[in-house]
Design a protein. Structure first.
Length: 677
């Protein structure tokens, strides 16, 4: 989970929020239990915490104390950062600083870009977070700009344009600050772009270097592209890389080639579907490893490259782990890129395995037939064995935890012609075949106490969310079925189910809560996928049900322990699956009855018992009448209030002249707290 505890002395008022984050602090980010300074909760992207205040015994005492609305009804994938009591979080159109103790906004800086931007960018109208360094907050924008803001007041300090969105480029990546350089990636492979990674001077915004993920014919690897295909080769870099300060090396995943129709681009197509080991000062490539050469199935390799130190054959080894979208779990020696292990973690039929000598996949007829234009059923589907939602790693147990997509899909190429600013895919998208979940994989990629987690059809037909692990042996899993679930790591018993009423999408260790990107992400591509997944109705319901904070908007939740063992601590609680965040000072006087939300629920319970239970039953349902089961009514507060006030269909009388607004509001609070997931 997140950095759940922070000393109360570090929680600062908005007027005195701190400014400086040093290189040394960032290097120690993975062990800093007072702040969250790095994307992935540390340069190693392990998303692991040594804190144990929140565990299987205390988690039941978490209660909400505040929420902060993003004022944004789109998908949220942002990982928040926390420094000296201030939460820094982004949406696609704003950067926000929030007091972790109170949930009060310190400052909010909106992102201004041309009105047509959301209609022309690839692929998803979201932002994945910021970076902190030297008193500045760094972020990227949809229209491919890199911005530095003053951490104290949100004032823009500099802005640099990285690319032209009219050519298909966009930026959603959270920057990485490594060895004093701000490093950013790019999106747009599905529009026929040429990917790259940039280095920027954090003080001035000066462009320091650019390393293309698609080499030109004169560069190493350029001979893996035929003719001019490299110019449209794709290779997006839209997920933040990891960094080893001792080796002074960043590890950045590279996305899929373009187009999906691999017959258009014969050759291995370096460096797509690869990991690049690079010097952060110069961008020079030290080594690379390609997971899926000439890949036709959209198995991009941008997902987190998790770093750990472990014994391999009795020898201490610096390793890199990747639960690749192609269905194999890889372990590499990060000093030189040597393959140490590669095992399937979901059903895979495009390859029988990975050749340990060459590192190349041993492909089957499925891959051959696909390249020849035949219609095939491929496992995993084009969504991958694991998509963007990040995994976590517990160095104390040696286990990695990942949300997986264990289903296949049908694939067939189609002719494709490049046109600037439009989709450059070359394949016919059709639907998945079925769904199954896998809970855990060890660092070597074998299955460890495998368990299927059933959480409702809405979840089984959608991408799961990121995870975080803490020493208290809890994982927090965000579920599209409107509940936050916690599972014990060892035995997989379900220990927590908190009604949340928000669709979640984001990495564990984050705190942004929003609804599915397939509902309101990039409209053009996701509309096609919606038809394929037959999820239109589900997404529409999701939109109607999003009713926490301001209606239809993502929120941050502040949680605290009701009966903490350490009453002076402030708690950062990862609860909204993608996390969650937050934070409030834990005081001895705080308990459930002192919580305004709980008081409203209790008031509603009393009102319901006296005014409503005779028709609707004492438990919100009455099987002996025609009254509806109130545990299953739509999650729509406005509709509920209107129905109570005015009545409905001559079956329910109006109550507006009997119950005041406060009583009706408390009724909604009580019924909402008892709704079925």
């Amino acid at each position: 989970m997140k950095r759940f505890a922070m000393a109360a002395s570090l929680v600062m008022l908005a007027s005195t929020c701190a400014s400086a984050q040093t290189t040394e602090q960032l290097v120690k980010g993975a062990t800093d239990t007072s702040n969250v300074l790095n994307y992935g909760m540390g340069y190693n992207l392990q998303r692991f915490s040594t804190l144990n205040q929140i565990n299987k015994d205390s988690v039941k005492n978490l209660v909400p104390v505040w929420n902060y609305s993003f004022n944004d009804d789109r998908s949220e994938e942002s990982q928040p950062l926390v420094y000296q009591g201030v939460i820094y979080v982004t949406s696609h159109n704003a950067t926000m600083a929030v007091d972790a103790k109170t949930g009060k906004q310190i400052w909010k800086t909106k992102v201004e870009y041309p009105a047509e931007t959301p209609r022309i960018v690839c692929c998803g109208i979201i932002n994945r977070g910021a970076a902190l360094y030297d008193g500045k907050v760094f972020r990227t924008t949809l229209d491919a700009n890199v911005i530095a803001l003053d951490a104290k007041n949100g004032k823009e300090l500099w802005r640099q344009k990285a690319a032209d969105i009219k050519e298909g480029y966009s930026m959603t990546v959270a920057p990485l600050v490594a060895d004093g350089v701000v490093i950013t990636g790019i999106s747009g492979a599905e529009f026929g772009t040429r990917g790259f990674i940039d280095g920027w001077d954090p003080a001035t915004g000066k462009h320091l270097w650019r390393t293309h993920s698609i080499p030109s014919p004169e560069e190493p690897g350029g001979d893996t592209w035929k003719g001019d295909t490299w110019k449209l080769g794709g290779g997006s870099t839209w997920i933040t890389g990891s960094y080893d300060p001792e080796l002074n090396t960043i590890y950045w995943g590279i996305g899929n080639p373009g187009p999906f129709n691999s017959a258009v681009r014969p050759g291995d197509n370096l460096y797509t579907c690869s990991v690049l080991a690079m010097d952060p000062k110069t961008g020079k490539i030290k080594w690379h490893y390609q997971f899926s050469p000439n890949n036709p199935f959209d198995y991009d390799s941008v997902a987190e490259m998790v770093l750990a130190d472990m014994n391999v054959e009795g020898k201490p080894t610096k390793v890199l782990m990747d639960a690749n979208r192609n269905g194999f779990f890889y372990v590499l020696d990060r000093t030189n890129g040597k393959l140490l292990a590669a095992n399937p973690y979901v059903k895979v039929n495009w390859a029988t395995g990975i050749d340990m000598k060459t590192g190349r996949p041993i492909e089957t007829d499925v891959s051959k037939d696909a390249r020849e234009g035949k219609k095939v059923t491929v496992y995993p589907s084009i969504l991958g064995g694991k998509n963007w939602e990040p995994m976590s790693f517990n160095p104390q147990t040696g286990l990695a935890y990942a949300n997986t997509l264990a289903f296949g899909g049908r694939y067939k190429t189609e002719p494709v012609t490049f046109k600037q600013g439009e989709w450059y895919l070359g394949m016919d998208l059709t639907g998945p075949l079925g769904v199954r979940r896998r809970a855990a994989r060890s660092s070597q990629g074998d299955r460890s106490h495998d368990r299927q987690v059933e959480m409702g059809s809405a979840e089984r037909h959608s991408t799961l969310l990121g995870r975080a692990v803490d020493r208290g042996r809890r994982r927090v899993l965000g579920c599209p079925n409107r509940r936050v679930r916690g599972l014990r790591c060892r035995h997989r018993q379900e220990a927590l189910a908190v009604p949340d009423r928000v669709r979640h999408r984001g990495p564990a260790g984050d705190l942004a809560a929003g609804w599915r990107a397939v509902c309101r992400g990039d409209q053009r591509l996701w509309r096609r996928l919606l038809a394929v997944l037959r999820r239109r109705a589900a997404c529409q319901r999701a939109a109607r049900r999003l009713a926490v904070g301001l209606c239809g908007q993502a929120v941050i939740h502040g949680m605290m322990l009701r009966k903490p063992s350490h009453r002076t601590a402030a708690v950062l609680a990862a609860v909204a699956g993608l996390t969650v965040a937050l934070a409030a000072t834990v005081r001895a006087a705080d308990d459930a009855t002192g919580n305004p939300m709980q008081a409203q629920i209790d008031h509603g319970k009393s009102t319901y018992a006296s005014k409503c239970s005779h028709c609707h039953g004492p438990n919100l349902m009455n099987s002996g009448t025609i009254t509806p089961d109130l545990r299953a009514i739509p999650d729509d507060k406005t509709r509920f209030i209107t129905t109570v006030k005015n009545g409905k269909n001559n079956k329910m009388p109006p109550w507006g002249d009997i119950l005041n607004d406060e009583e009706i509001g408390s009724l909604w609070a009580f019924i909402s707290s008892r709704r079925k997931p």
